[in-house]
Design a protein around this ligand. Structure first.
Ligand SMILES: Cc1cc2nc3c(=O)[nH]c(=O)nc-3n(C[C@H](O)[C@H](O)[C@H](O)COP(=O)(O)O)c2cc1C
Length: 195
């Protein structure tokens, strides 16, 4: 076995493929699919999305300074792809994909009702990098679908059937392999967790 050396490029996969909604009123609401996203700080909660300046959503988000990250699921995979290949300059993606815009708490940008987790964000800084500009943003509210809350108020994200994006393809998540810290958990704790 030998390693093949490739030219520099991004090979960090899998990634989330999220639907980012933006706009301040129905006539300029839009959705863009984004894979260049992630968490950059726990407290204050900060995230980023990187967008090419030629995207229709780029101007909307730059102007309004806000957006919503909507997590995607197996039932949203077609809409996720569609919103990543069609531009809001030409069509209303909410309408064509039968998605429902709903009111956020802290931002005017719409939530996508069909998504189980809607993360409201306010832009703090735009960093010019090259092909993409990075919109660093603070998370100002999180909305979750109460269908996935159990009787103790615990949210079961796995039950939403999340998807990820890996090297050009969409995948569902496979089996659960462990929980945070399981590799060092004491036997007793492990047993308790099994129950
Ligand atoms: C899975 C996937 C991930 C994408 N990730 C990004 C991204 O991170 N940044 C970006 O600028 N465009 C990304 N795109 C492309 C945009 O979503 C696409 O160009 C979209 O049509 C732009 O819509 P708009 O013109 O309405 O803003 C992605 C597309 C797909 C299918």
């Amino acid at each position: 076995m030998a390693k093949i050396n490739w030219k520099p490029g991004n090979m960090i996969y899998p990634l989330p493929a999220v639907m980012v909604s933006c706009g301040t009123e129905p006539k300029n609401y839009n959705i863009i699919t984004i894979a260049w996203t992630g968490t950059i700080c726990t407290n204050p909660p900060m995230t980023y999305i990187s967008i090419r300046p030629n995207r229709h959503s780029y101007d909307i988000i730059k102007e309004t300074g806000e957006f919503v990250i909507n997590l995607t699921t197996e039932s949203l995979v077609k809409a996720t792809d569609y919103c990543g290949v069609k531009s809001g300059r030409d069509i209303d993606k909410f309408k064509v994909m039968h998605l429902t815009p709903s009111q956020g708490v802290e931002v005017k940008a719409p939530l996508i009702e069909e998504s189980p987790v809607n993360i409201e964000c306010k832009v703090k800084e735009i960093i010019t990098l090259g092909s993409h500009d990075m919109f660093m943003a603070e998370v100002v509210a999180v909305n979750v679908d109460d269908d996935y809350l159990d009787e103790h108020g615990k949210f079961h994200l796995d039950q939403t059937s999340p998807i990820c994006y890996s090297h050009g393809s969409y995948f569902g998540l496979g089996n659960k392999l462990g929980t945070f810290g399981y590799s060092v958990a004491k036997k007793k704790t492990k047993k308790r967790k099994k129950r």
